[in-house]
Design a protein around this ligand. Structure first.
Ligand code: FES
Length: 134
């Protein structure tokens, strides 16, 4: 039953549909088509465009998946580059600086790296500044 219907579509209905298409015999003929003829032609041209795209798609360059390589997921995303300045005089106040980009007090470490490490199996930690004892 299904094959019978498919055979009828391929052998009878498709050729009849193609025969009725207002395909011009020259490129200039496209300019003389009426709006109604263009509307009848559009589904056919759409299918041709889709088939052409599917045939060419395997050879098109693929975009790299950037999401996996993002380090900063949420800090100052409105800025093209996150830069933090810390005065040397203030270094003695804060000792641990975030390197995992998950801290809610960035650039100061708030311990969020522990949760990140637990969830991902990563091993990141803060930069700890120490004053040399004289
Ligand atoms: Fe990022 Fe501690 S929170 S290194």
């Amino acid at each position: 039953m299904v094959l019978e219907s498919l055979a009828r579509i391929v052998k009878v209905q498709l050729p009849a549909y193609l025969k009725r298409l207002p395909l011009p015999e020259s490129v200039g003929g496209f300019l003389r088509l009426t709006v109604a003829e263009w509307l009848r032609l559009l589904p056919f041209l759409g299918v041709l465009a889709l088939l052409g795209y599917l045939a060419v798609r395997p050879f098109l360059p693929k975009k790299k998946q950037q999401k996996d390589s993002l380090i900063n997921l949420k800090i100052q995303k409105e800025n093209p580059k996150v830069v933090n300045e810390i005065n040397i005089e203030d270094l003695c106040l804060t000792k641990a600086y975030c390197r995992c980009w998950r801290s809610k007090t960035f650039p100061v470490c708030d311990g969020s790296h522990n949760k990140h490490n637990e969830l991902t199996g990563d091993n990141v930690g803060p930069l700890i500044l120490k004053k040399k004892e004289v």
